[in-house]
Ligand binder design. Structure first.
Ligand code: NDP
Ligand code: 3PG
Length: 476
């Protein structure tokens, strides 16, 4: 018998009339069931959260930080337990899954530390005009209210913690909807917050299929801020439904690694392989295309292929580098991109191999801009090489993407790399390193179809709070 997990609402574990069964992607075995919340269940979550808001926002920063520190300690303690379920639920290598939980604990702990240093300010009207010299503004940050946090399947715990902790630190109450494939792990994360003793209603969970309850929770009038990570399609829909309410969207990407003639090719190859194939390419920040100068393309392709050949393929428990993709639809999509590119003349450097949803790593050379693989996000273990004649051509192709999450530039010429970084339409450029979100105190954002708003501990707290000024008019 597998376990039936419950939602955490208003300080209690609650069931719903319907349930969803969660299966392990790697084995097809049942991992347990979670409630499928109805609209009435959702209303109860939102009402409970709203009731808890006044007392929570009235607490001092140090009091809220103490709750977060407790939650972080519990997450450190339970990292292996939560990580082993997470590994099964989303077919992520066991070590990386435990690492995801530990990284979440680190974010929660750091949020508690940074939160207590964020001060308001006092402003003098006389700095603008002499006539206002008697006006003094006390500018402080206030919570936005009820934050709806929605995380994706590939980081169900970490991309939840990185929203929940800054929201709570800012004095907000939270309704957290984990991805369905990842909801058991999301509810285990909730257990840590529950054990930390947060007052009832401050933190709540909502499980249910996004396509069934997604629009309802997003449009819910009680919600004041939507903090979402996931696909661009769902994100754009949320943007439309949000109306005047502020949002944070972290969406898809097609991150390019631009490799110049003078790059250290060993370092470049190592970074490209780690960046492209980590968690089988199911990362928004994965290296999703290489734009390499013709003159060094052969050598780089050879080095990348040699490293990719050594990637281990298998099941998450064995910590294989490449594990089965999250579902059949995703695996079919990746296969379709590979086949279309091959039909149009791209050169697969390995034999295509697929067992169920397990796709073996694939490197494709001679990919050109008429192929879908040059533009679409596979979210799987396939790495296209596009050969270019100049840095300008690389920048042009990089910027033609509908996405704008991150890019890498590999070069020994720092000035040249810096100049290229300035031309790339993305949120972050990494010089001589793979694209990646962390360290988690850095700003993390996407432009164009890759998102809206800025994440990163301090930035997330700022995004989910707003300034309020009280102006004193002082008699002479
Ligand atoms: N830029 C970034 O930081 C990141 C971006 N991503 C992107 O996310 C995608 C993969 O994640 P995936 O989970 O498949 O993305 P989805 O967009 O399918 O789902 C993300 C979350 O949204 C929920 N959801 C689905 N439909 C709705 C709706 N109508 N309204 C509200 N919520 C809804 C899902 O629930 P349910 O599971 O129940 O459907 C899930 O919790 C990739 O495109 C990837 O690039 C991923 C991680 C980081
Ligand atoms: O979901 C994603 O892919 C993450 O936001 C990327 O995080 P990472 O670069 O740390 O894997």
């Amino acid at each position: 018998m597998t376990e039936h997990y419950l939602n955490y609402v208003n300080g209690e574990w609650r069931d719903s009339a319907d349930a969803i069964e969660i299966f392990e992607p790697a084995t097809g075995k049942s991992l347990g069931t979670v409630p499928a919340m109805s609209h009435e269940d959702v209303d109860y979550v939102m009402n409970s959260a709203k009731k808890a808001l006044p007392a929570w926002r009235a607490l001092s920063y140090v009091e809220r930080a103490a709750y977060l520190q407790k939650a972080a300690d519990i997450l450190y303690r339970d990292a292996e337990k939560i990580g082993s379920t997470l590994s099964k639920e989303i077919a992520k290598g066991l070590k990386s899954s435990i690492g995801e939980v530990t990284r979440t604990a680190e974010i929660v702990e750091y949020t508690a530390k940074v939160g207590v240093t964020l001060d308001g300010e006092v402003m003098e009207g006389g700095n603008f005009e002499a006539a206002s010299k008697n006006k003094l503004a006390v500018v402080r940050r206030e919570p936005v209210g009820l934050v709806l946090a929605i995380s994706p399947f590939n980081y169900p715990v970490n991309l939840a913690g990185s929203k929940i902790a800054p929201a709570l630190m800012g004095g907000n109450v939270v309704a957290f909807k984990p991805p369905t494939q990842g909801s058991i792990s999301g509810l285990l994360l909730a257990k840590a917050f529950a054990e930390a003793g947060l007052p009832a209603g401050v933190f709540n969970t909502i499980t249910g299929r996004g396509r069934v309850i997604g629009d309802y929770i997003v449009e819910h009038p009680a919600v004041n801020f939507i903090n979402f990570t996931g696909s661009s399609a769902v994100g754009k829909n949320i943007g439309k439904l949000a109306g005047m309410r502020p949002i944070m969207l972290e969406l898809g990407g097609k991150d390019a690694a631009i490799v110049l003639e003078d790059a250290d090719l060993d370092l470049t190859a190592k970074n490209i392989v780690a960046g492209a194939f980590g968690y089988s390419g199911q990362r928004c920040t994965a290296v999703k295309r290489v734009l390499v100068m013709d003159s060094v393309a052969d050598e780089l392709v050879e080095k990348v292929t040699a490293l990719a050949k050594d990637l281990t393929v298998g099941i998450p428990e064995e910590d294989a580098d490449i594990t089965p993709l999250i579902d059949t639809k995703s695996a079919d999509y990746v296969q379709g991109l590979i086949e279309e590119a091959a039909e149009k003349g791209a050169k697969p450097l390995f034999d295509f191999k697929r067992e169920g949803n397990l796709i073996y790593p694939m490197v494709m050379d001679q990919v050109t801009t008429d192929m879908r693989l040059a533009w679409e996000e596979p979210f799987g273990p396939v790495l296209p090489f596009i050969r270019v004649k100049s840095a300008d051509e690389a920048v042009m192709i990089a910027n033609e993407s509908e996405y704008g999450l991150q890019s890498s530039v590999f070069s020994r010429n720092f000035e040249k790399a810096f100049a290229i970084a300035g031309k790339l339409e993305v949120g972050t450029v990494h010089i001589n390193n793979k694209t990646q979100r962390g360290p988690d105190n850095f700003p993390f954002l996407g432009v164009k179809s890759s998102g809206a708003g800025v994440q990163g501990v301090k930035y997330s707290i700022q995004a989910m709070t707003r300034v309020k000024s009280v102006v004193f008019n002082i008699e002479d």
